[in-house]
Design a protein around this ligand. Structure first.
Ligand code: SAM
Length: 307
């Protein structure tokens, strides 16, 4: 049984990077009329309350999207925000119309909000509780959308993706965002991407990964790069490191064998990225980092390869 619940982490710096890039990617794909097959292989609960105990206990959203929201509020009207930040904040505002950041949209909520009648969205979620919460959210979205092309499968996303590729329209965006609670998730991601590229080489694949001191985590972006290069597809890699948070409990925390200061950095590996994404992230990430920086070693980077 999985113990990971995204409600503790929703809206943290990793979500800011992932969701901003996801939105920018989808916006670009929407510049063409053809219907898209959208797949979220690890969907989570869909929508989160930032005043609930889980979010308040971890405090991660306050240091992530909360800090970004506050920085945007303070920003001078004379200095416009980078496009990707502006779009992400605009989307967050649509979930919080009274101007208080209380509701945080996870990837399913963001994807459904932008769904066009010609698109199809498939969500996978295995956790029984988060699956139930997502089921409730999906029912509400279906009622509001005239074209209820949203499907929830409370099933394994690694296995389920296979049957959905290639989509009939030959246009698709796949988000692969496991919790990496199981060490085997790293190998499953690489195997899933290899299989997906063999079935549908021109699909756009976004893989989120943690930057942590674990061999499998170091190897994953390298394995994805090798897969993209073997398939001769362009790729983009973006990482955001918010730096070490000063932790007065550091010694005690380390002594208990836990990572000190929480997750500092994460990355996104995108195969077949929109050609606009690198420039958008290079403009946005310095601004994001200025708002989210927690301590020493903070940094960002975007690398690309043309395929
Ligand atoms: N993509 C979500 C977002 O951005 O809002 C967050 C997803 S969270 C990081 C990962 C989720 O995957 C968890 O809710 C977990 O229960 C679920 N999960 C873990 N293994 C899975 C699998 N093999 N298939 C589908 N869901 C899985």
């Amino acid at each position: 049984m999985f113990s990971y619940r995204h409600a503790f982490h929703a809206g943290n710096h990793a979500d800011v990077l992932k969701h901003m890039a996801l939105l920018a990617t989808l916006r670009h794909l929407h510049t063409k009329e053809g219907g898209l097959r959208l797949v979220d292989t690890h969907a989570g609960a869909g929508l989160y309350r930032l005043d609930h105990e889980q979010a308040r206990t971890s405090g991660e959203a306050a240091h992530g999207v909360g800090a970004l929201w506050d920085a945007a509020t303070r920003a001078s009207a004379a200095a416009p925000l980078p496009d990707a930040v502006q779009d992400y904040l605009g989307c967050l505002r649509s979930f919080n119309p009274d101007g208080t950041l209380l509701h945080y949209p996870g990837s399913p909520a963001l994807l459904q909000a932008l769904l066009r009648p010609q698109d199809r969205l498939t969500l996978f979620e295995l956790h029984p509780t988060d699956g139930r919460l997502l089921d409730r959210a999906v029912r509400a979205w279906r009622q509001r959308t005239p074209h209820p092309a949203i499907e929830l499968r409370r099933d394994n996303g690694f296995d389920g993706l296979r049957a959905l590729l290639p989509p009939p329209t030959r246009r698709g965006l796949v988000l692969i965002d496991p919790s990496y609670e199981l060490k085997t998730d790293y190998a499953c991601v690489a195997a899933t991407v290899a299989d997906a590229l063999a079935r549908f080489a021109v699909g756009c694949y976004l893989v989120w990964y943690p930057v942590i001191g674990r061999t499998e985590a170091h190897q994953l972006p390298r394995r994805l790069r090798a897969l993209a290069q073997r398939a001769q597809r362009p790729w983009l890699q973006a990482e955001l490191n918010v730096g070490a948070r000063p932790d007065p409990q550091a010694k005690a925390t380390a002594a208990r064998g836990r990572p000190v200061g929480g997750l500092r950095a994460s990355g996104l590996f995108v195969i077949n990225p929109p050609y606009t994404l690198a420039a958008q992230l290079r403009a946005a990430l310095p601004w994001v980092l200025a708002a989210l920086r927690q301590g020493t070693g903070a940094d960002w980077r975007v690398a690309t390869h043309e395929g």
